[in-house]
Design a protein around this ligand. Structure first.
Ligand code: ADP
Length: 401
């Protein structure tokens, strides 16, 4: 029988949602509550006739969830809230505790709370979202879907840092990775193409936040993000990997505290800080087209960082069958994809199809290498919400057995 399942991504001042019907996986509606906690909040939801937008006070997440449930009824999207059988919550940091999605119980909430120091903005907001839905939709099965869970198959030599061991033993300082839901989704899409045959895959999830994952037969063996999302490749506003001494020298030169420089590395670096233009790749590309040299160097730096990880993971996996690009930049920026592949194509025997590359953007799924290419390169739009919903279905079925 058809059921409705809600995928939720609660941020510190926003709450994104997408309602699916299963098993058809049809999207019934989606939307966002923004500026939660500010004087004027904004609520948007897709309806049968278009998009409804309301400006109203959203003092906290509970009010936002109330507004959402009322809108579902008001716009006849659901007849009764009881039609929603499960709510799947995206959780950024699950630490070492979760290898898979789980029923979101009070015990799970306690662990998510304990992990707040590792993801202060995210985990705290996820908990507020969870508590709001528990009050307003008490009968919907709550599920926690962790961005870190997919990376729990890494071996110690992949997740440990060479610092005194006690920081791992006593404080769990290690690599956890992120974007696991997206990497897993892409891996499952590739598995469909390989139909049970073994495959080695490198997924380049290039959004504002970005990470690269090496996958062997569906399992993650290595990922670029580290203890927090600051590690790995250069991003919209984050540095990615650095020589740790850069932190020391920037503190010393700027007179800023470690906390302030940490914030600078998270929010004012990457494309934004390096280009001096924007964190949005579209603005940097426009500047590049107008002859801006720093914009040109920003693209070169970005491509090199991604290419270095592809090279490393190619060796780590013992060869690669598929490289997949996904997320905002991976799905939409042919110039950067070309620059990245140009860096690795000779070593990896890739024959790039420039025409297909230029055509594949705006949510299109496609192969951007020729038949002769030794490694296939795909563009695959990610769908983290659908992955959350699939996990809800799996856990609901397991519970009802
Ligand atoms: P996140 O989920 O991490 O916020 P996204 O996956 O939405 O990030 O990616 C955001 C980035 O992708 C933007 O900063 C922009 O640079 C790029 N992007 C998104 N859509 C487009 C597009 N249609 N054309 C070009 N670039 C895009």
């Amino acid at each position: 029988m058809a059921k409705l399942i809600l995928a939720v991504n609660a941020g510190s001042s926003s709450l994104k949602f997408k309602l699916f019907e299963v098993p058809s996986e049809k999207v019934i509606t989606s939307g966002i509550a923004e500026r939660i906690g500010q004087k004027k909040g904004v609520f948007r939801i897709k309806t049968a006739t278009g998009e409804e937008r309301q400006t109203l006070p959203l003092p906290n997440h509970e009010v936002a969830v109330n507004v959402l449930t009322k809108a579902l009824l008001q716009f006849n999207i659901v007849k009764s809230l009881e039609e929603i059988s499960a709510v799947g919550h995206r959780i950024v940091q699950g630490g070492k505790y979760f290898e898979d999605s789980v029923e979101f119980t009070e015990e799970v909430a306690a662990i998510v709370r304990r992990l707040i120091p590792l993801a202060p903005l995210h985990n705290a907001a996820h908990l507020t979202g969870y508590e709001a839905f528990r009050k307003i939709l008490p009968d919907a099965f709550p599920v926690a879907v962790f961005d870190t869970a997919y990376h729990q198959t890494m071996s110690p030599q992949d997740y440990l840092f060479p610092i005194p061991y006690e920081y791992y033993e006593k404080h769990d300082i290690r690599r956890y990775g992120a974007h696991g839901t997206s990497h897993k989704f892409i891996s499952e899409e590739i598995a469909k193409i390989y139909k049970g045959k073994p495959y080695n895959l490198i997924v380049c999830h290039l959004g504002n936040g970005a990470s690269i994952t090496a996958i062997k037969n569906g399992k993650c063996v290595a990922t670029s993000m580290g203890l927090t999302p600051l590690g790995g490749i250069m991003m919209g506003t984050r540095t990615g990997d650095l020589d740790p001494s850069v932190m020391y020298f920037v503190c010393d030169l700027s007179g800023k505290s470690i906390r302030e420089v940490y914030d600078m590395f998270n929010k004012e670096s990457g494309m934004l800080g390096f280009s001096g233009i924007s964190s949005d790749v579209r603005d940097v590309e426009n500047a590049l087209l107008q002859g801006n040299e720093r914009a040109d160097l920003t693209f070169k730096l970005y491509a090199r960082r991604v290419a270095d990880y592809i090279g490393q993971y190619y060796v780590r996996l013992g060869g690669v069958d598929v490289i997949a690009f996904t997320a905002g930049i991976g799905e939409n920026v042919p110039r950067l994809r070309k620059q990245i592949i140009d860096e690795v194509k000779d070593a990896l025997g890739i024959i790039f199809d420039e025409e297909q590359n230029n055509l594949t953007r705006g949510g299109i799924y496609g192969l951007i290498t020729t038949k002769e290419s030794k490694v296939k390169v795909y563009v695959i739009p990610t769908d983290e919400e659908l992955m959350i919903v699939r996990d809800c279905v799996r856990l609901l079925e397991a519970r009802n057995k």
